[in-house]
Design a protein around this ligand. Structure first.
Ligand code: NAD
Ligand code: MG
Length: 296
């Protein structure tokens, strides 16, 4: 187990390519990844930075969302996790770790491409947790589309609904419950700034998310609500073997300056930072966490 807090060479702190070839059907599972990603299960230690807060985390079953759920739970926040029905095994396992220091964890599966479900998700969260202070939107998809001949309107519509529309739907539903001091956090990507030729559709949504974050921060400032985002580089999560071909998996993360992918736990403190009250002067920002690769 890597010690999260011990000073060490950042380039060799976690697994490096080459990785074993592996593919999964969407949405993928952490249990079928080799090596298993590090979400902070055995390493993240909280210090009360989110004590008493109530957070809704989409994509909270696996990968980045799982790391955020564990960190938020251990920082003292009660959390509601959203994911797809078929991801129940990942979500139930995440709940064990997120709740292991006494925080309440509520599981609310459902499809974010369904507009009505987005408000249901917020209402259920508020009912179960007794309020909502932090909305963390991590759930997303990343279809590989090799060329313009393969552009598919239905695939793109579905992607827009999940990666973009749901930000509007969830925020609209959450707004009446958010009090001054609340925080909204989005998840963009390095792809939003430096797009790959075979991820054009996805990259457009991730650029849109960074733009949404800036604009919505301006809109909600008068309500005392902060809006920020995170732009991860390559992270070792089920999204990858379920979205990109094996030749990219085997060398995954090689293109980053560190020469390796990030592990989900390496994003935990960024999301905690954006959620906590101490970062009250930070809004409209998208923080790049890319293993040393300049983004902005
Ligand atoms: P992940 O597969 O663990 O998480 C994605 C989650 O999205 C799934 O767990 C699933 O619960 C959720 N999801 C998918 N379709 C859904 C739907 N229709 N309704 C509700 N939820 C749905 O992978 P991850 O890498 O942790 O991805 C989390 C976010 O991080 C995504 O938005 C992704 O674009 C972004 N991101 C990932 C990377 C990376 O390299 N892994 C890099 C940049 C950005
Ligand atoms: Mg998942």
């Amino acid at each position: 187990m890597t010690d999260l807090y011990e000073p060490t060479d950042v380039t060799t702190k976690y697994p490096q390519p080459p990785f074993k070839a592996q593919q999964q059907p969407v949405p993928g599972s952490i249990f079928d990844m080799e090596p298993r990603p590090d979400h902070g299960e055995d390493s993240y230690t909280g210090s009360g930075r989110l004590k008493g807060r109530k957070a809704l985390i989409t994509g909270g079953d696996s990968g980045i969302g799982r790391a955020v759920a564990i960190a938020f739970g251990r920082e003292g926040a009660d959390v509601a996790l959203n994911y797809l029905d078929e991801e129940a095994p990942d979500a139930e396992d995440t709940a064990k770790y997120a709740g292991d220091t006494g925080s309440k964890v509520v599981l609310i599966p459902g499809d974010l491409t369904d507009e009505a479900f987005n408000s249901e998700l917020v209402e259920k969260t508020v009912a179960e947790l007794g309020g909502l202070d932090i909305l963390v939107m991590i759930g997303g998809k990343m279809p590989t589309v090799s060329g313009i001949d393969d552009f598919d309107t239905a695939v793109f519509d579905d992607l827009l609904k999940l990666n973009i529309h749901s930000l509007f739907w969830l925020t609209k539903a959450a707004k009446p419950h958010l009090k001054p001091g609340a925080a909204i956090i989005t998840t963009s990507s390095i792809q939003g700034f430096q797009p790959s030729p075979t991820l054009v559709e996805y990259a457009v949504t991730k650029a849109g998310i960074a733009n949404w974050t800036r604009a919505m921060a301006g809109q909600l400032a008068e309500d005392g609500i902060r809006v920020n985002g995170v732009a991860p580089g390559p992270f070792w999560t089920p999204l990858q073997p379920s979205s990109v071909p094996n030749e990219k998996i085997e060398s995954f993360g090689e293109e980053s300056t560190y020469g390796r992918p990030g592990q989900p736990v390496e994003l935990s403190s960024t999301y905690v930072y954006l959620a906590e009250q101490a970062s009250s002067y930070t809004s409209g920002e998208t923080i790049a966490v890319t293993g040393g690769t300049p983004v902005h």
